[in-house]
Ligand binder design. Structure first.
Ligand SMILES: [Fe+2]
Length: 464
């Protein structure tokens, strides 16, 4: 075979191997056997209870204020309340300080929780490594975290993205891949649906505890920023559980008051060069509701000189071309999408659909009921919408897609995985998605993001 025809065969083979093209973007032909994702058994190593009487377990941290100078430390003690004090010191000063927290318990049907402690450490230095100790007497446990750099333009910072994790063997692979990723996420933006305890009879809250122990190996050392998903609702009137979000709100605190929010389901934080707005797909969002009023006031406050990157997190995606949860985000999209375009949101991350998808920069805000303009159009003021609901929970993969691939969908693949959003400066961020089936350094999808405020030119890999 001549070298030219040989080259053509290789190119054709590569194209056929990598993707199927439609009028939209790429649908990966990376197809795996659909196996049921199975929860790890209760006696799994990752669920091990730490040794020692009343040992603190399920240790987790999140940002504790608006700018990253405070951290909320949370943990559970099983035998007795013990102490809610956190002892902490910076790597530099060695002078030990104490912060006082609070303890609470809750009941859920026939389950009674352990003693859940929440303690906010305040007035930390930026960009500093801190050690912290929880527990008392002979049973103390020591962890550490690094505070973010001071909020400001051009501050590099790397976020990990994980959604719908659950606690299966696949979930464990996803978390391990995230931990081993050479891009090294410094904070996780968590896209909702945590433990999937509600898959068990009476929403067996023991599975909230096992999840807390499973993820401790990451979330005790770097903050996870929480978004509420449908599996956090835990609304079971048949057994008298009529207060939605009870286990979630008891276990996972967020700094919502710092951004003048009135509920823990929608709030904002600033971290390094990013403003992150968390929204709730499962709280009221129509006009005049608290979430609507808060977002209406919040978006004009975002200062793109201080925080060039505007990132929104929600559970239910607005642009989703899988036949799972199709159009569930539609009513919220209709309410808020004009604002996202007006305020030039850079990227919207969602979960819920158990697969991966990245959109083009599109908007669908021209429709006024009678003009017929109801198809998404390319819009350089619009965000990219990314679904990372592929953490690996027991419900398994979403494999069934709408065909043909819609024009708004740039890349989609039914694989478990995680993503990384690495901010380099005010204009550039490097994004990558990593499927579990590859080594953790392999990028199955990637894209350079150009900031919508500072460098709003077309960066779509499929536009060239
Ligand atoms: Fe969900």
């Amino acid at each position: 075979m001549g070298s030219i025809s040989c080259f053509a065969v290789i190119v054709l083979a590569l194209v056929l191997n990598s993707a199927v093209y439609s009028n939209g973007g790429k649908t990966s032909v990376y197809v795996r056997k659909v196996e049921k994702a199975v929860d790890m058994p209760l006696n799994s190593n990752v669920f091990r209870v730490p040794s020692g009487y009343n040992a603190p377990q399920q240790v987790h941290i999140t940002q504790g204020d608006q700018v990253g100078k405070a951290v909320i430390v949370s943990w559970v003690t099983e035998d007795e309340p013990g102490s809610s004090t956190v002892l902490y010191w910076s790597e530099n000063s060695k002078q030990k300080k104490k912060a006082e927290g609070k303890v609470n318990t809750y009941k859920f049907y026939n389950y009674t929780s352990g003693y859940i402690h929440h303690c906010t450490i305040k007035n930390l230095e930026y960009d500093t490594k801190y050690y912290y100790v929880v527990g008392v007497g002979h049973t103390t446990r020591k962890f550490w975290f690094t505070t973010p750099p001071e909020v400001g333009s051009d501050v590099p910072y790397t976020f990990g993205l994980i959604g719908d994790l659950g606690q299966t063997f696949d979930s464990n692979i996803t978390l391990s891949h995230y931990e081993q990723n050479p891009h090294k996420g410094q904070t996780v933006l968590y896209l909702g649906d945590l433990s999937y305890a509600d898959a068990y009879p009476n929403h067996d809250n023991v599975r909230w505890d096992t999840w807390g122990r499973f993820v401790e190996r990451s979330v005790a050392y770097q903050p996870w920023i929480w978004t509420a998903g449908n599996h956090e609702i835990d609304f079971v009137p048949e057994i008298g559980e009529t207060k939605p979000f009870k286990p979630y709100t008891n276990r996972y605190h967020v700094p919502y008051r710092a951004s003048k929010s009135t509920a823990p389901f929608w709030y904002s934080i600033k971290r390094a060069s990013a403003c992150i707005i968390v929204l709730s797909s499962y709280s009221a969002y129509a006009k005049y509701t608290p979430q609507y009023q808060w977002l209406e006031q919040e978006l004009p406050k975002v200062n793109r000189t201080e925080t060039p990157w505007l990132i929104v997190l929600m559970h239910s995606p607005w642009y989703n071309s899988y036949n799972y949860h199709y159009m569930e985000g539609e009513t919220m999209r209709v309410m808020y999408e004009p604002w996202f375009v007006q305020y030039k949101v850079d990227v919207v991350f969602a979960g819920h659909v158990h697969a991966y998808e990245r959109s083009e920069r599109v908007s669908n805000i021209a429709y006024n009921v009678i003009n017929g303009m109801c198809t998404p159009v390319k819009d350089q003021s619009a965000p990219v919408y990314i679904t990372v609901g592929d953490g690996g929970n027991l419900e398994g993969l979403a494999t069934n897609m709408t065909e043909p691939q819609p024009a708004y969908s740039a890349y989609r693949e039914a694989s478990f995985g995680h993503a990384i959003f690495g901010i380099k400066n005010r204009t550039h961020a490097y994004y990558s998605w990593h499927r579990n089936h590859d080594g953790s350094a392999v990028e199955a999808d990637s894209m350079w993001f150009f900031n919508r405020f500072w460098h709003p030119v077309d960066e779509s890999p499929t536009s060239h």
